[in-house]
Design a protein around this ligand. Sequence first.
Ligand code: EPU
Length: 420
Amino acid sequence: MEKFVIHGPKPLYGDVYISGSKNAAVAIIPAAILIDGSCVIENIPNIGDVKNLTDTLAKLGAEVEYLDQNTIRIDSENINSYVATYDMVKNLRASYYLLGSLLGRFKRAKVPFPGGCDFGYRPIDQHIKGFEALGARIKIEHGIITAEADKLVGTSIYLDVVSVGATINLMLAAVLAEGTTVIENAAKEPHVVDVANFLNAMGANIRGAGTDVIRIKGVERLQGGVAHSIIPDQIEAGTFMIAAAAAGGCVTVRNVIPKHMESLTAKLIEMGIGVEEIDDSIRVTSDGKVLKVNIKTLPYPGFPTDLHPQMASLLCLADGTSTITEGIWEGRFKYVDELKRMGAKIKVEGRIAIIEGGHPLTGAPTRATDLRAGVALVIAGLIAKGKTEVHNICYIDRGYENFEAKLKALGADIERCVCK
Ligand code: EPU
């Protein structure tokens, strides 16, 4: 077991390069199952979730070769199993994408319920509803989902909630189906578009990704031989922007798509932070003074839920009381008790965190309760006076490439240590 030890406060200065998007990568790797042949995926983040998925594909019979740390070649021709085991999926939310891609390729899939970060009830009823509409018979027994179809036939599917996972999973199942599938009330996140671009490059016919109506005309096969470069990680970029705003200093966040960052950029400007877009970079300048704001997390292009805990750390510095209303995950408040150990004044009422700014944070031992909670505690450690420990950093390693090395290069005093 490892932990981060941070000594603060210290401002951040310099440039940080953002890795490929975790949530695009964890969908694109299973999507490679649909290809007759091989593909090269570039700008793959070197993180635990990716390693977990590439190991899973290899166990199913794919050939997976790392051409370098951030480039993989996947050859799916010899995949010979449509069954994922509990051990393959227990730590991974995105394992549900194996359902869509195995069902799409073999017309059958057997995958245990997904694992991953725990922030309350995480249903997948919209995925199941969509698979059934395409003609699959679904059975759920002993924690295992079995999907079977004689054939998949395109149809119109209206999602009752805007779901990133269901939107992508239904695209995966529909690309090789007969006829046209229309997904209405689809998620518009940047990684939905990236997955569609990947599949289209392999010969799929998907139109409308990035809007709330996606049309997928089934094709007979997807051929490989194509390289695809994953988009920059919107949430990693946001995490560094918030860290710079909190710690103070001047940080240029490089290799980003500024359009993907608009909801955060607007909020930071409202908080009095300097934010300047320069081509594919964003420069954040801060003297550590923060104006109070209210935030509501929403599906894209709204403010991302995956930046909620990080913003809560930043708002501890504000000049008054701010609120964050969580619009996606009702259980995303486990970070609050950990921040309170550091002197934060936060109250949770239903889905709203009420954050009283202006109470200085002091270093304390803390524990990451999930991926984004973990990085929020690191940000708090950058602001707090004295020594902060963040335990359970396996969560952070699952989703952030070289997190502490990137922070150290900006001047943070952070070390990875083995817990005794
Ligand atoms: N929902 C349903 N039924 C479903 C699916 C979702 O009711 O069948 C509800 C959920 O309970 C939630 C909302 O719809 O309230 C949105 O869930 P969504 O399906 O969009 O979430 P997800 O696909 O499970 C992905 C990301 C999460 C991110 C959410 C929202 C991956 C692997 N995970 O989860 O990322 O919070 O979208 O943007 O892409 C993270 O990276 O830290 C993370 C948790």
